[in-house]
Design a binder for this molecule. Structure first.
Ligand code: NAD
Ligand code: UDP
Length: 330
């Protein structure tokens, strides 16, 4: 370990994608534990606003850098989160999305190899594609279209997992691979097209709620604080625990149920409006979290209503402050 610091407990931690939705919550959490944080981001979907409140902390360092290029730092741990997560953003420049996952993983694994750092990968339930096994367990290999519109993300993340396990086997790297299922909460980009942020902004502004397909597809929604707790537990777990490990909330809802809940909770007069289902949109998704329970002693604490209450309050305040219009971020 590169612990030239006096305080042996204080770790130097690199978070790639640190100015994004999840990265900003993770930065906050790890700073709160007294660690030195290097937050690396190219601001493709993240923003300085997300981490504004951390900037005055002397243990927080911001670095504008694209993870597809190598970087030389001395660190003890890496959380590799850099990658656009919402379908409209990752499909905007699909070649760059694959590069971010694959070249980004190679660069971060190389950095971990040189420094001996422990490294966490933000993988995804998308590695299961449109799953034929339900709920999804980690030993399911998935059902993924290699040449569709979602492939840049799905296959990029799958290749990143391959790299992590090859570096682990070949170079004995200490790896931690978490497969994240749909996560929501404050600091989601209001205009990134994900279902929770879309529905809340639409409901609060009286627009129609955009349902893709019939709305009978299912998702399981995890609140961000629960997810961050799992990240930290996984990173701090015994070196023998490499993952892949599912991290998500096993509560499963149809998209129609989510829409109805959001309308009711916002007292909105919005009506449902049906649109074409995007190609390869998974029909069902729910994590089996047995492994996370057994190996990390973790399970979600925040149910959908509690999480939505906090997220609605966040978007409501953004709208009232004029920082987001009915069509997205101002
Ligand atoms: P986000 O888009 O808010 O955050 C991603 C961050 O990565 C942004 O700050 C973006 O600017 C940055 N980034 C993108 N490309 C980069 C590059 N080439 N170099 C440096 N920075 C770059 O999304 P999020 O929801 O916070 O997701 C974080 C991670 O978690 C992603 O890797 C995503 O794939 C994964 N994940 C998230 C979810 C979810 O539901 N939120 C689900 C599965 C996986
Ligand atoms: N969705 C929807 N309306 C929207 C946005 C998304 O019906 O305005 C649907 C989408 O087709 C998918 C689900 O909600 O079935 C979750 O979409 P999201 O983009 O949030 O995440 P992912 O598809 O990656 O799970």
């Amino acid at each position: 370990m590169n612990t030239s610091n006096v305080n042996i407990e204080r770790k130097r931690i690199l978070i790639t994608g640190g100015a994004g939705f999840l990265g900003s919550h993770l930065s906050e959490r790890l700073l709160g534990e007294g660690h030195d944080i290097i937050c690396m981001d190219n601001y493709f979907t993240g923003s300085k606003q997300n981490i504004q409140h951390l900037m005055d902390n002397p243990n927080f360092e911001l670095m504008r850098h694209d993870v597809t290029f190598p970087v030389y730092l001395e660190i003890d741990e890496i959380y590799n989160l850099a990658c656009p997560a919402s379908p409209i953003h990752y499909q905007h420049d699909p070649v760059q999305t694959t590069k971010t996952s694959v070249h980004g993983a190679i660069n971060m694994l190389g950095l971990a190899k040189r420094t001996g750092a422990k490294i966490f990968q933000a993988s995804t339930s998308e590695v299961y594609g449109d799953p034929k096994v339900h709920p999804q367990q980690e030993d399911y290999w998935g059902h993924v279209n290699p040449i569709g519109f979602r492939s840049c993300y799905d296959e990029g993340k799958r290749c990143a997992e391959t790299l992590f396990f090859d570096y682990h086997r070949q170079h004995k790297l200490r790896i931690k691979v978490g497969r994240i299922f749909n996560t929501y909460g404050p600091r989601m980009h209001p205009n990134d097209g994900r279902v929770v942020s879309n529905f809340i902004v639409q409901a609060l502004t009286g627009q129609n709620i955009s349902i893709y397909g019939k709305g009978d597809q299912t998702r399981s929604f995890c609140y961000c604080s629960d997810l961050i707790e799992a990240f930290v537990r996984l990173m701090n777990s015994d070196d023998s625990i490499t993952g892949p490990i599912n991290i998500g909330n096993p509560g499963e809802f149809t998209i129609l149920e989510l829409a109805e809940k959001v309308i009711a909770m916002t007292n909105s007069s919005s009506k449902l409006e049906f649109h074409e289902l995007p190609s390869d949109d998974p029909t069902q998704r729910r994590p089996d979290i047995t492994k996370a329970k057994e190996q990390l002693g973790w399970e979600p604490q925040v149910d959908l209503e509690q999480g939505l209450t906090k997220t609605i309050a966040y978007f409501d305040q953004l709208l009232k402050a004029g920082e987001v219009t009915a069509r997205g971020a101002a």
